[in-house]
Design a protein. Structure first.
Length: 112
């Protein structure tokens, strides 16, 4: 299991605690420091069964300044997340071929 985590985010910290409490093995990826590759992002999006735009934090300053109001292709949205990782919704938890966005954090329990 893997969690894409931002320690400065309360929801991400709550999600991490759920994993700690589960006593299962998991890997923490600090995705702002270690941005996932394009292939990793595409894989996560596929596991979530969502469109790339649904993984975007549309309230983020970077989104508002650079992308809001523009019509972007899925590839352009993925590139935006690679260039501005703060745009990636968090926390993300992946377990084998399944994934969830931990909003609310309790959704993570679906994978446990």
């Amino acid at each position: 299991m893997k969690i894409y985590h931002n320690p400065r985010c309360r929801k991400s910290r709550e999600g991490l605690q759920i994993l700690v409490d589960s006593k299962q093995d998991f890997e923490v990826v600090l995705y702002l420091e270690n941005t996932p590759s394009k292939e990793e992002l595409k894989s996560v999006i596929k596991k979530l069964d969502i469109a790339p735009i649904d993984l975007i934090r549309k309230g983020e300053k970077d989104w508002k300044e650079h992308f809001k109001g523009k019509t972007l292709t899925d590839e352009e949205i993925i590139e935006a997340m690679l260039n501005y990782p703060k745009l990636i919704e968090r926390p993300l938890v992946i377990k084998k071929d399944k994934a969830v966005i931990g909003r609310p954090p309790e959704k993570i329990k679906e994978l446990l």
